[in-house]
Design a protein around this ligand. Structure first.
Ligand SMILES: Nc1nc2c(ncn2[C@@H]2O[C@H](COP(=O)(O)OP(=O)(O)OP(=O)(O)O)[C@@H](O)[C@H]2O)c(=O)[nH]1
Ligand SMILES: [Mg+2]
Length: 468
């Protein structure tokens, strides 16, 4: 593994609390690295006639019940102790775990004891980084570890689990192999006994085209993948009293925001996640937009506009029971380029005739829908429309890339292949093509980590939580 050469690899014993902070039934202190077993046995004594080997050492991959002994000989806790000899462990190193009672003071005391016994505190992500450096996981799988922990919906979770299982690794391994095959064929020229140059050029062209198409397909799914992993910021915007907070509550299925008939009820932005058929939708209710001299409201309105700018999907709400106001018209005009979904509200009331027609000056028909937050009319259609405008018809499927890092690297590889293709078409010698393709291969390897530099790797693991 290349990364080992680049990163200074140290297998000194590290330790951390592996479970979430706060109280829980069980809390785990994990130790990994050289001497993990010795440290475990310094602090932990199995009860009774537990099986140990002739050197008095606990056996690997056995569960022991025993006591944790503090520095003054006191019993800190009764716990489960497990020793897992490398490489059959999470990190690939010798690993020991103490499964204690889940109190934060207790776990801190146990961790302190372990640190006094020879381990040092692990940095965030260091366990998983070691797993990567020991070849237990590639980079896409290591990233999936964090994603599984952070998954916002069941769909996000299953996509991350597939990635952890190697769905992306396999996909990129296949592409790497195709690229290597192409490089090899070009270099050896095996398939082209006669008229070598013409044939080999044609072969390279076809191979490149095939690869570019494959990369395009993957890149097309990237936005969808990213939405399932990160969520989609969806902002409800509109004039005062059009029913933003009512719609927010209806989508949330909970009376979260205050609703009144007083114009300017909502002052601050309110954010909540909902699971829309697996899409983690981050809904943001905002203060209604209008001219005001009132200081607090004006600050709220400033926030509304900021949110609208940062939105990935904008819902522009318009009261369907009233004639189109000058204010709403101005908003339609102002936010036209953001391609908002226009939501006509209060569909349970008599609707203003000709309103939809007027809207067509600003948006296309398929971006308009009418709802009632009060009786639920049109809510399903709105949800479908949100889905269509975010993930489109893309179904969540294994192998969707979901990470800007993968996307950027792939995008660069795509460009490199395209440049090589163009050069080839304009008469570049086939010998030179191999060099370009080798560069593309190197770039591709950054995704799984084969060729990733220290900075990339450190950056990925530094985002992990402590103890992972
Ligand atoms: N009939 C009917 N009334 C509604 C509906 N949605 C909202 N309203 C009423 O419209 C008024 C304003 O609703 P809100 O949800 O507070 O409107 P808002 O856009 O959040 O208003 P601000 O926070 O002031 O900007 C309230 O009296 C609601 O009961 C609806 O679907 N049908
Ligand atoms: Mg409101």
């Amino acid at each position: 593994m290349k990364s080992e050469e680049k990163l200074q690899f140290n297998n000194d014993a590290i330790a951390a609390i592996a479970t979430a902070s706060g109280q829980g039934g069980i809390g785990i202190v994990r130790i990994s690295g050289a001497g993990a077993q010795a440290i475990l046995q310094k602090v932990f004594r199995p009860f009774g006639a537990a099986e140990i080997d002739e050197n008095g050492e606990m056996l690997s991959h056995r569960v022991y019940y025993g006591k944790i002994i503090g520095s003054h000989g006191e019993i800190l806790d009764r716990a489960i102790g497990i020793y897992m000899a490398g490489p059959k462990s999470y990190t690939g190193e010798d690993v020991a775990e103490l499964q204690c009672h889940g109190g934060s003071k207790l776990l801190q005391a146990v961790l302190k004891l372990v640190l006094q016994s020879g381990a040092r505190l692990a940095t965030p992500g260091e366990f998983t980084m070691r797993a990567f450096l020991n070849g237990k996981l590639d980079l896409t799988q290591a990233e999936a570890v964090a994603d599984v922990i952070d998954a916002k919906t069941e769909v996000s979770l299953s996509l991350s689990q597939a990635q952890l299982g190697g769905a992306l690794s396999q996909q990129f391994a296949d592409i790497e192999q195709d690229l290597l095959d192409l490089i090899a064929s070009i270099e050896v020229g095996i398939d082209f006994p006669e008229d070598e140059d013409a044939l080999s050029t044609e072969f390279a062209e076809l191979g490149l085209q095939k690869l570019m198409t494959r990369l395009d397909e993957i890149l097309q799914g990237a936005r969808t993948g990213r939405i399932y992993r990160e969520g989609l910021r969806c902002v409800l915007l509109g004039e005062v009293n059009v029913g933003k907070s009512s719609l927010f509550n209806a989508l949330l299925d909970q009376e979260r925001a205050i609703v009144t008939d007083i114009a300017g009820t909502t002052r601050d932005t309110i954010e909540e996640y909902i699971d829309l058929d697996g899409i983690p939708l981050q809904l943001i209710d905002t203060a209604g937009l209008r001219e005001t001299d009132e200081k607090v409201e004006a600050l709220g309105i400033e926030r509304s506009r900021k949110q609208a700018e940062a939105a990935q999907l904008l819902l522009l709400l318009i009261d369907g029971s009233r004639a189109l106001s000058e204010e709403s018209k101005a908003l339609l005009y102002e936010y036209q380029t953001a391609e908002p979904l226009v939501v006509l509200t209060k569909a349970d009331l008599p609707q203003e005739k000709g309103l939809e027609k007027e809207l067509l000056q600003f948006v296309s028909q398929e971006k308009i829908c009418a709802i009632s937050a009060q009786n639920g009319t049109g809510m399903q259609e709105l949800k479908e429309l949100i889905k269509k405008s975010s993930v489109g018809v893309d179904k969540p499927r294994e192998g969707l890339i979901n990470n800007i890092r993968h996307e950027q690297a792939l995008f660069e590889v795509r460009h490199m292949l395209e440049d090589a293709y163009t050069a080839l078409m304009s008469g570049m010698s086939i010998d030179l093509l191999g060099i370009d393709l080798m560069n593309a291969y190197q770039k591709l390897g950054e995704i799984t980590g084969k060729t990733a530099g220290e900075e990339v790797i450190n950056n990925i693991f530094s985002k992990f939580c402590l103890g992972k």
